[in-house]
Design a protein around this ligand. Sequence first.
Ligand SMILES: Nc1ncnc2c1ncn2[C@@H]1O[C@H](COP(=O)(O)OP(=O)(O)OP(=O)(O)O)[C@@H](O)[C@H]1O
Ligand SMILES: [Mg+2]
Length: 584
Amino acid sequence: MGILAYDDDEALGRVRAVDTTMVVVNVDDTERLRKLQVNRLAVLQSSRPGQHLIGIIQKITRTAIDAKNGTTEGSDDEILEQNSVRISLIGTLVDKVGDKVNVFLRTLETVPEIDAYCFSLEGKRLTDFMRVVANIAGDGQKLSLGHYTLDENAEAYLNGNKFFQRHAVIVGSTGSGKSWTTARVLEQVAALSNASALVFDIHGEYSPMRGPGIKHFRIAGPGDLDAGATLDNGVIFIPYWLLGYEAMTSMFVDRSDQNAPNQAMVMSRAVVNAKRKYLTDGGHSEVLANFTVDSPIPFSLDEVITELNGLNVEMVAGAKTGTEKQGEFHGKLSRLIQRLENKRTDRRLGFLFQGNVETMEYEWLERLVLALVAGTKDQTDGTGGVKVIDFSEVPADILPLIVSLIAKLVFAVQQWTVSERRHPVALFCDEAHLYIPESRSSGAAGDISVEIFERIAKEGRKYGAGLVVISQRPSEVNRTVLSQCNNLIAMRLTNGDDQAVVRRLLPDSLGGFGDLLPVLDTGEALVVGDASLLPTRIRVMEPTQRPNSGTVDFWERWGEDKHVRGHLEAVEGWRRQSVQGLPV
Ligand SMILES: Nc1ncnc2c1ncn2[C@@H]1O[C@H](COP(=O)(O)OP(=O)(O)OP(=O)(O)O)[C@@H](O)[C@H]1O
Ligand SMILES: [Mg+2]
């Protein structure tokens, strides 16, 4: 027996008008009308037996009609009412498909006929229906978010495969619960036996999340440079030799300089020479034949600078014997050399240029990739499927550069793995508007970052790289990246621009859902997309390990009789550009 069997006398009313996915139903019983609510579900009789059309109530109207103009006879002052409900169809529940019973499909093979009965979906039937939807949604590993607001007894599952395959966005105003929702997802990822996910943690919010499946890293800050910090104690150096040609030119060549094209060309030649020397000296002849300026091969920056210096002062033989004239690049490289020297000694960029000797080893990249990209089972200590990378000490202007370098590393590894041995990896991008910006005003580093994330958004599915874009300002996040995300978790959003962006991500038939965005409770989300068969409002369950959301209780703290003095440490930390190891 199907779960949606109704008696005719339970009907709300009958269908009056049908327009592809919109249905208008006349409701005669005012009592029943009063109990209806927008965004609740309704069931419509289908012309095919064993099928039930499911719709969302979009609009409830009660209109008075003057009886004199109507057809019904009555006394002069009698007012008749025409009560109607507008329903948008979203799917079909089929009682039996093959040997499966109660199957929910997000397609409409039929539309209701005029005069078909319409029923309200509530109570036990709603519970049963939500369970059906949940079970079907979990045909892969089930990802549990919480409970449906419509029915607190029905657990809301997402399809874990689809959630990561076609990317996801989590948006909401500050304090709406994005980080907690992310933590709820992350702890389930961490519990899987061979998970692989990276979290770009911009404010160090996820540091309280501990456990066997979670490992913490941070980008080497100025304080780590002389302390002998290494990957084994969770400090990441990304050596300069991992910069591609684009990143290198954007960093060292001033585009407005009239010699810029020359500088870029000469630098790339010098880098290729230095890489060749490294490969030759190390006896890596198998790589020697095919490497390019972009290949991840260590090289000596000293050699590059020496070569550039040489060209910058070079004199060549003149037309007449015995005379000399300035070489082709004479004096044209001074600014390039100066920029190189400056960057190289900049302690904020120490993670790039001042890594310890091991970062110059040929095998070092393998170690970095194993630590950051590989799944739980490949980790040396068999833990750490989820790698939280703390960027809280990274200066804002170089954040896009670093984040995108890591994203590029992950994507390159996925691309170069033979397909049958590829292990899927997900990138959780918290505060994505900071490094995947919509406007290209953030400078060259921002451009490079956007380019890399656009690529992952467009091609990631094929290479098993999934994005989870998390932001409080969806209107400031790159549109191309957003448009590639097929799963939406939208939490409370108050800003109009941001709402507009999210509305555009909602399917047309669900336009009405967008109106809920500003009125959602903290921790409540609208979930739509590949991973959940039914667009739903979900109350996200609290994660067991809560991120540090950083809410400060002003009034309470001001009222406390406690003396804390962080200011002097702050001054010292500011100078050192690091809060690691400060005297307290
Ligand atoms: N699912 C939830 N259930 C109950 N309370 C929640 C839930 N999610 C969040 N909260 C509350 O809201 C606060 C803020 O949540 P969270 O840190 O996730 O916000 P956020 O959206 O990440 O904000 P920001 O954009 O500023 O990082 C939490 O400290 C917690 O008190
Ligand atoms: Mg947050």
